[in-house]
Design a protein. Structure first.
Ligand SMILES: [Zn+2]
Length: 240
């Protein structure tokens, strides 16, 4: 039993160390993730704008080409009108010319609309490009920071994790579940008795209970905070 108590206490020591390492990293990994997602969005938006600009340019040149062709046609109709022999043919050509003129006017309006839209798209692309540049720079700094922290803590972390695995394998599943439950609720699950008190909640531990705990043959929890209590002896023996 004593070895299980030792393992539980060791597990707590290792988890405390790992918590501190993660604390050191803070929300940096999360920040980097968020920034990466935003950058991807901005880049996609820029691509979409480029596509819209390209589509608009194609459409514009099509309409302009059509209008030029229609101008040629109108000239041709005018020539034909000089040669027709009856009013019916003359009127038919007039109608053709009117239709062509209407299309030219419509095309001009479309081109004008496109020019305005083009300006808006370019302005918005410029804004996104500025944001992309800002983000890329910030992201580079944050990634570098994270990389430095990871490099300096990685070896230590791996060491702690390996010892943690080992300690876990020496604890019964049932005790491990209890450990996890208390840890989730309280942060620390295993605490030694210090100065006749629980070092988790600082409440006095009754002398009779201290005697029992000192035997290191059973698992006791603090009646105030519910943490697993171990003797000072175990705390002294088990140090990282
Ligand atoms: Zn307590």
């Amino acid at each position: 039993m004593k070895s299980i108590l030792q393992s539980l206490y060791l597990l707590q020591l290792l988890d405390t160390e790992l918590d501190e390492l993660r604390e050191l990293r803070g929300d940096l990994p999360e920040t980097v993730n968020t920034m990466e997602s935003e950058l991807a969005l901005v880049e996609r938006r820029i691509e979409e704008i480029d596509e819209a600009l390209k589509r608009g340019a194609t459409e514009r040149s099509m309409k302009e080409k059509e209008s030029l062709e229609l101008i040629d046609k109108i000239e041709k109709y005018k020539g034909q009108q000089l040669e027709v022999t009856n009013n019916r043919e003359y009127d038919a050509l007039t109608r053709e010319m009117e239709t062509a003129e209407t299309t030219i006017v419509t095309n001009e309006a479309l081109v004008q609309e496109w020019i305005e839209q083009n300006e808006e798209l370019k302005a918005s692309k410029e804004q996104f490009a500025t944001r992309r540049e800002e983000l890329s720079k910030e992201l580079e700094v944050k990634r570098e920071e994270l990389k430095d922290i990871l490099e300096t803590t990685r070896e230590e972390e791996i060491g702690f994790e390996q010892r943690r695995e080992q300690a876990m394998s020496e604890v019964l599943d049932r005790d491990m579940q209890l450990y996890k439950r208390i840890r989730d609720a309280k942060g620390k699950a295993v605490v030694p008795i210090r100065r006749e008190s629980c070092s988790g909640c600082y409440n006095i531990v009754p002398p009779q209970l201290i005697l029992e705990i000192k035997k290191n043959d059973r698992l006791f929890t603090c009646e105030h905070c519910g943490r697993i209590l171990v003797s000072e002896e175990i705390a002294l023996e088990m140090q990282l």
